[in-house]
Design a protein around this ligand. Structure first.
Ligand SMILES: NC(=O)c1ccc[n+]([C@@H]2O[C@H](COP(=O)([O-])OP(=O)(O)OC[C@H]3O[C@@H](n4cnc5c(N)ncnc54)[C@H](O)[C@@H]3O)[C@@H](O)[C@H]2O)c1
Length: 384
């Protein structure tokens, strides 16, 4: 997947993005690729341009983005080159077309591979937060398979680049690392995403989230609460505020916010998380009413006990604390805390991603303000 590099010549554009000339091993032509940048005052905020090359007409676009972001990073229009080595490059040769679902996914995807339903979003641009892991990653993959161009974002630069490299096999991905629990992070994401492709994003999937502090309510501090609220609620607030205006202008938009079963069925050990996710539900409903008339449909999904790094960490903690194996921890959780899950197993990221991509699609044109539980039956009531 990663193209071999014949020759590199980095053009440093300061403490920011770099354009690097490389020789494409396929045809020997020199192409330009955008490197990564650090953003002063915003810890860990980086971006990387993945898989862009001028054969696809991106050369000018690359240069434009480099100039724009460098100006933003410097806080001026200065062209002076500050010191700093930023030659890290991600060079990819995306496979043309999209792999069929049968090729790499399990039986779940076989129906999709038959292309029985055109989701009608081919060519659109999506932003996926929390995109380098778990359900965000799978959602990005499924969107790419539908021909959607994806701006992938997450907090850890190295992990994000790795994920973007993997996803480039399925379509066009641009990646920018940002801490969305801070307003600076969303500024960087918005600037990048609005210039990443010719079209602006009209699909937004907010999957960034943390379990946050857990334990006895009486022991939890304000900071514990604020951490969960900043990440589990405010990342969605900031992202919708940044991208809904573009959708309104386009007269078409889809937003899917990751809530949780916890929003309607709080687990007493995870109250900051549960309350923040309840806020997400409320946000989704409110936004659906506010911007539905402009063609922007906003929904929330409510997964429960999905096998991702998030619940892996919870199960590892439980297995250590109780001196039981990982599998025993999963079984115990299912028996004692998730008796409603009829399949008696954790859900799969792709089972949630499929629902999310449907909600992002043209086919979901009469669904808004909905809370779609993808929880295997964990929430045992009929209502939200
Ligand atoms: N796994 C479950 O059982 C489950 C159940 C209900 C809801 N959810 C929700 O689904 C979403 C996806 O979770 P997952 O299970 O795939 O977990 P995950 O940990 O695999 O993915 C979450 C991603 O969010 C990113 N993130 C965290 N803080 C961030 C920040 N400040 N800025 C940018 N990115 C940040 C993380 O780096 C991570 O990659 C989350 O919102 C989670 O709360 C998960």
């Amino acid at each position: 997947m990663r193209a071999a590099v014949g020759r590199r010549q980095a053009s440093r554009l300061g403490d920011g993005p770099t354009l690097t000339e490389v020789e494409d091993p396929k045809d020997g032509k020199t192409v330009k690729r955008l490197g990564s940048a650090s953003v002063p005052g915003s810890t860990g905020t980086r971006f990387a341009w993945i898989g862009a090359h001028d054969r696809a007409g991106n050369k000018d676009c690359c240069a434009k983005v480099v100039r724009h972001l460098n100006d933003r990073l410097r806080g001026s229009g200065s062209t002076e080159t500050p010191p700093g080595n930023h030659e890290k490059q991600t060079l990819l040769s995306p496979r043309p077309g999209f792999a069929s679902f049968q090729e790499s996914a399990g039986p779940l995807n076989n129906n999709h591979g038959a292309n029985q339903m055109d989701l009608g979003i081919n060519g659109r641009v999506a932003v996926v937060t929390g995109g380098d892991s778990g359900m965000g990653f799978k959602t990005a993959e499924f969107l790419l398979r539908e021909g959607v161009k994806v701006v992938l974002t997450d907090i850890d630069d190295a992990q994000l680049q790795k994920a973007a490299e993997e996803l480039a096999a399925y379509g066009e991905v641009r990646a920018v690392a940002a801490d969305l629990s801070r307003s600076k992070g969303i500024e960087v994401l918005a600037a990048f995403a609005n210039m990443a492709f010719d079209d602006k994003p009209t699909i937004l999937v907010c999957a960034a989230g943390i379990t946050g502090a857990s334990g006895d309510f009486l022991e939890l501090t304000d900071d514990d609460w604020l951490e969960a609220i900043q990440t589990d609620l405010m990342t969605g607030v900031r992202a919708t505020r940044a991208f809904i205006p573009g959708m309104r202008k386009a007269g078409w938009g889809r937003v899917v916010l990751f809530s949780s079963e916890d929003a309607v069925q709080p687990y007493v050990e995870e109250l900051p998380y549960a309350a923040a996710k309840a806020g997400v539900l409320n946000l989704a409903k409110g936004l659906s009413k506010a911007y539905g008339p402009d063609g922007v449909l906003v929904n929330a999904v409510g997964p429960a006990f999905i096998a991702t790094p998030m619940t892996d960490a919870q199960m590892e903690k439980k297995s250590k604390e109780k001196g039981i194996s990982f599998d025993e921890a999963v079984k115990q959780t299912l028996d004692e805390e998730r008796p409603g899950i009829v399949a008696k197993r954790r859900g799969k990221a792709e089972e949630v991603a499929a629902a999310v991509v449907f909600l992002c699609s043209e086919r979901a044109s009469f669904i808004t303000g909905e809370f779609l539980r993808v929880d295997g039956g964990s929430v045992m009531t009929m209502g939200a």
